[in-house]
Design a protein around this ligand. Structure first.
Ligand code: ASP
Length: 465
């Protein structure tokens, strides 16, 4: 009976349960509850530190449940990360070797980059326009501003320092140079996706030049490994409905409701902006740029993409979502060679949600600190937010570190990061959905423009049967 329920329905149910449990814990599991179990310093207790000598077996059971929940969530993400690098490597070597045409590759590469850049720029403009219209920065009281700044000052300054170090290697030249691995094995070991993509393309291309019988061994091996890893994705995804609960519940349980209340309008602007991109811009572009006889409608796109979108939301990581995003893009009808080229690249450089978020934060903080943004500043914002989005890694919370660069470019004080930090994780979940959705959308449009988009039924279960 359970098996017949589509996977996305199971994930949604688990997500809702996780949110409900998180809200209940947030409201009813207070410091007094901890005290009744003999725990006076909950942070130290949960971290396994000393103190709390009064804590009895009931407290130990609670700690076991908390640790177990976090363990299961992390294990699930780790299994997906485990799959991400090998699947990109093997599928792309096999794909590039079968493409065997440098001109075609260049054309697909050009179209991909074009769509990545266009959608990123549009997302930023939507972010700036929306924040300028609603002006959430002017609706936040001085008391909230001071309180949030004090509450998150230490964490914010740690992130800001990290960001300042990263900023040094963020010129366009450095980023370009960074696409070429000095050591491909280090690139694989460190999951440097762009470098892995380049490595696979070069090897795949070279295989087309050497004698066919020699190349065949490698190509067949890569094909078989791709198939084996795809099986692993299916296996891991069977656990998604349980894992999603364990990922979401702790986040909701630990988000301060006071922070949420203070930043509600700002958070709403981010969420509305992201929704416009994900549910408005993407379906619109798909409607226009897929052929009438094989149109990718709103329902076809989101039915195919539901598992990836839900997973991006639960994991806040484009990298962890990548293997599932690839499977979902195949469900839309994008052929394997385009999937394995566009999606890994996109997971690293195409971050429309992140770009929009950076823009909203910059304008919001400028309003909060009373700094006017000229037209020149706004153009600067579009440029830096694009560059930063390209350089942001597909892991949770990555963009907060690079936020320093965006804020500095428009002369907004970087201490402002403390104000928004308390809401970052939840908004990270939302922006990752948009980041990964943009990659699949681009792959679909590129496939359509090449005339290779396959016909698929909207309810085709694909690999999630
Ligand atoms: N978490 C985002 C992602 O993986 C990156 C970010 O904006 O922090 O796509």
């Amino acid at each position: 009976m359970m098996a017949r329920i589509p996977i996305h329905v199971k994930i949604i149910a688990s997500l809702l349960l996780g949110v409900a449990a998180g809200v209940a814990l947030n409201l009813w599991w207070t410091d007094a509850t901890w005290a009744s179990l003999g725990v006076t310093d909950k942070a130290a207790f949960l971290a396994g530190g000393e103190g709390n000598s009064q804590a009895g077996w009931a407290a130990a059971m609670v700690k076991f449940a908390v640790d177990g929940t976090r363990f299961f969530g992390k294990l699930f993400i780790r299994c997906l990360q485990f799959i991400a690098v090998p699947i990109v490597l093997f599928s792309l070597i096999a794909g590039a070797a079968s493409l065997g045409d440098v001109r075609k590759l260049g054309r697909i590469g050009g179209k991909t980059l074009f769509w990545f850049l266009v959608t990123t720029a549009i997302a930023i403009i939507i972010g700036i326009a929306l924040t300028s219209a609603v002006r959430p920065g002017e609706r936040i009281g001085e008391a909230s501003k001071t309180k949030l700044t004090a509450q998150y000052a230490a964490e914010a300054s740690k992130k800001t320092d990290e960001g300042k170090i990263k900023a040094k290697s963020m010129t366009a030249w450095d980023q370009l140079l960074d696409t070429v691995p000095a050591n491909p094995f280090a690139a694989l070991a460190n999951a440097q996706m762009i470098q892995v993509v380049l490595f696979a393309l070069v090897i795949g291309g070279a295989l087309t030049v050497i004698p066919k019988e020699k190349a065949k061994v490698v190509i067949d091996a890569c094909d078989a490994l791709t198939e084996a890893i795809t099986m692993l994705v299916q296996g891991v995804m069977k656990f998604a409905p349980y894992a999603v609960f364990t990922l979401i519940c702790p986040i909701i349980a630990t988000t301060g409701l006071d922070v949420l209340a203070a930043l509600a309008i700002y958070a709403l602007v981010v969420v509305v902006g992201l929704s416009i991109v994900n549910f408005g811009l993407y379906p619109l572009l798909l409607w226009f740029f897929t052929p009438r006889h094989n149109r990718v409608t709103f329902s076809r796109f989101f039915r195919a993409m539901a598992p990836a979108q839900l997973l991006a939301f639960s994991s806040s990581s484009s990298n962890a979502t990548l293997p599932v995003n690839m499977a979902c893009a195949r469900r839309i009808g994008v052929p394997e060679d385009i999937v394995s080229f566009v999606l890994p690249l996109g997971a690293t450089i195409n971050m429309n949600g992140t770009a929009l978020y950076q823009a909203v934060v910059a304008v919001f903080l400028a309003q909060l600190y009373g700094i006017p943004l000229t037209l020149g500043d706004q153009v600067m914002l579009i440029l830096t937010a694009t560059l930063v989005a390209v350089g942001t890694a597909g892991v949770p919370g990555a963009s907060i570190v690079l936020m320093v660069i965006v804020l500095q470019s428009v002369h907004v004080p970087t201490e402002g990061i403390a104000v928004i930090l308390g809401m970052d994780r939840i908004l990270d979940m939302c922006r990752t959905v948009v980041n990964t959705g943009g990659d699949a959308m681009t792959a679909t449009i590129v496939a359509a423009s090449e005339g290779v988009l396959e016909h698929r039924r909207a309810d085709d279960p694909g690999e999630f049967a």
